[in-house]
Ligand binder design. Structure first.
Ligand code: ZN
Ligand code: FE
Length: 256
């Protein structure tokens, strides 16, 4: 358990990249690469050599640096099965339920369409860690660019079925805006109120609000709380399906 080290670094205006390293085997993976120089700088800082690039989805802030990084490091590129736009440089394409071994630990691909059709998330059960890309954020979820709310709701359900102590790494620092929105639909949630304070002080100190845990998200992320009676009451949707409550919450966030 916890054989791997994770180093998170910011790039562009609000993206997070991560390096995942095994001191035992010397292998290092990164999740996404929107900027090859940022990933190379992180590798230099840690003194690690890249062996794999894991790509979550085709958007440029996650892929623009992949080919340069691959050329600079000879790393193998593992990415999603193309469903809308292909990703240049991918050596191995994964689909839902596919798995591979990294530094002696199993990595499972979870297909979570919603933000994009191709999105995959990387789940390391032995490390109790998931890399959720632009699907599940700290107190938020990805915008629906290529799929409908029903599809995203199903994808988020795959993530909420992971163990509650799973550590969730996501790809953007959107949390301050997410908290403000969360409070608008779930204003009396004590866990959310407490977390809002925590997040404000972290951000005031320039600290990351990623990673989080699935349990924290279940308690405070409105996109995972469509079954909550207080949220339903506020929305006037007591008798609606979870799916349609989720769709309403997503739409409100888009217009917030
Ligand atoms: Zn994206
Ligand atoms: Fe993104």
């Amino acid at each position: 358990m916890n054989k791997l080290s994770v180093y998170q670094y910011p790039y562009m205006s609000d993206n997070y990249g991560v390096l995942i390293h095994s001191t035992t085997t010397g292998e290092t993976a990164c999740v996404d690469c929107g900027d090859a120089n940022a990933t190379l700088a992180a590798l230099t800082k840690m003194g690690w050599s890249l062996t794999e690039i894991w790509v979550t989805h085709h958007h440029a802030d996650h892929t623009a640096g992949v080919e340069d990084l691959k050329a600079a490091t000879n790393a193998r590129v593992i990415g999603p099965t193309p469903r809308s736009q292909p990703i240049a440089g991918v050596d191995t394409a994964l689909d839902d339920g596919d798995s591979f071994s990294f530094a002696g630990t199993i990595v499972k691909a979870i297909h979570t369409p919603g933000h994009t059709k191709d999105m995959i998330n990387f789940y390391l059960p032995e490390e109790s860690t998931a890399f959720t890309g632009d699907t599940l954020f700290t107190m938020g979820c990805g915008r629906l660019f290529e799929c409908d709310a029903k599809t995203m709701h199903t994808s988020l359900s795959k993530l909420t079925s992971l163990p509650n102590d799973t550590v969730i790494y996501s790809s953007h620092e959107y949390t301050l805006a997410n908290v403000k929105f969360a409070l608008s639909v779930d204003p009396d949630n004590a866990a959310l109120l407490a977390r809002a304070k925590q997040v404000e002080s972290l951000r005031a100190d320039g600290k990351a609000t990623v990673p989080t845990t699935l349990q924290e998200e279940l308690d405070t992320n409105p996109f995972l709380r469509a079954s909550d009676p207080d949220i339903r009451k506020l929305l006037g949707m007591q008798d609606a399906t979870d799916e349609s409550v989720f769709a309403e919450i997503r739409q409100r966030k888009d217009n917030f």
